[in-house]
Design a protein around this ligand. Structure first.
Ligand code: GDP
Length: 250
């Protein structure tokens, strides 16, 4: 992660730590392609929000929760694809994104994607780091692919970092947080599996993580649960804001 990115700045939203559950809004995600590295990424200008996180933090479950389908992240877990960057097109953003308050559709309509029908931006599932069974060389290879993507992918407009709320701020998480801070890339940190902790413990962890963020105005942290849908609207709101064409120019 070498390049400093200073081209995507905006004011963050006010932090909301509510716990809406109810009828969760959803995105329609369609698997587009997999890439082993930067050179094989789709060659167009479609904006992308990447999802990063330690293996087992719940990244796949978060993507499934967003789409309301277990098939979504199953794609990324298919043998042979776990080490790849997996690209998903957002096909129908209307309902979910509107409810979240961002309205990608209303902000400028669908974006054209090469060799595909129009979409509303993309989500990119990055290979999870720290997979216990992977060898060192394999882990180093994944890391290099992720670093290359993060450092040089012009389409990247924001990052979602998924951490297990019970084991936050591991070495690679800190690396990504520091890089995003230095690069001025908007980032949302999900303290996932919040359902595993009582309210007081959740808030304590939230405070600890926030105090580690060097007051970056572009990074927000929320408690989250892929299992219960806790704070899903906040995640949708973040995606809508970052993928809206109007935001790209800021
Ligand atoms: P990934 O390796 O980061 O993609 O993690 P997975 O999505 O496969 O999740 C790892 C394990 O954590 C699975 O057993 C999930 O069911 C579980 N998990 C993921 N998110 C949550 C959550 O929000 N709450 C709870 N209780 N379990 C979760």
């Amino acid at each position: 992660m070498s390049k400093t990115r200073a081209d995507h700045t905006s004011s963050p939203h006010a932090s909301r730590q509510g716990s809406p559950k109810g009828d969760a809004p959803r995105l329609t995600l369609s698997f587009l392609t997999s890439a082993p590295g930067l050179a094989a990424c789709p060659a167009d200008n479609t904006p992308e929000v990447a999802f990063a996180g330690r293996s087992n933090a719940g990244k796949s479950s978060v993507l499934n929760r967003l789409s309301g389908s277990r098939q979504t992240a199953k794609v990324s877990k298919t043998p042979g694809r776990t080490q790849l960057l997996n690209f998903f097109s957002i096909k129908e953003a209307g309902g979910a994104i509107k409810e979240a308050g961002g309205a990608i559709k209303e902000a400028g309509g669908a974006v054209e994607e090469s060799g595909d029908t129009p979409g509303y931006g993309r989500l990119v599932d990055l290979p999870g780091y720290g997979y216990a069974k992977a060898g060192r060389a394999e882990q180093a290879r994944w890391q290099a692919a992720v670093n290359e993507y993060l450092s040089h992918r012009d389409n990247l407009v924001a990052l979602v970092l998924v951490m297990d709320i019970r084991h936050p701020l591991q070495a690679h998480d800190l690396e990504i947080i520091d890089w995003a801070t230095d690069s001025e890339l908007p980032m949302l940190i999900l303290l996932n599996k919040a359902d595993k902790l009582k309210y007081g413990a959740r808030q304590r962890t939230l405070k600890t993580v926030c105090s580690r963020l060097r007051n970056s105005p572009l990074i927000r942290t929320i408690t989250f649960s892929a299992t219960t849908g806790l704070n899903l609207p906040e995640l949708l709101d973040f995606l809508a804001t970052r993928l809206a064409p109007d935001t790209q120019d800021q």
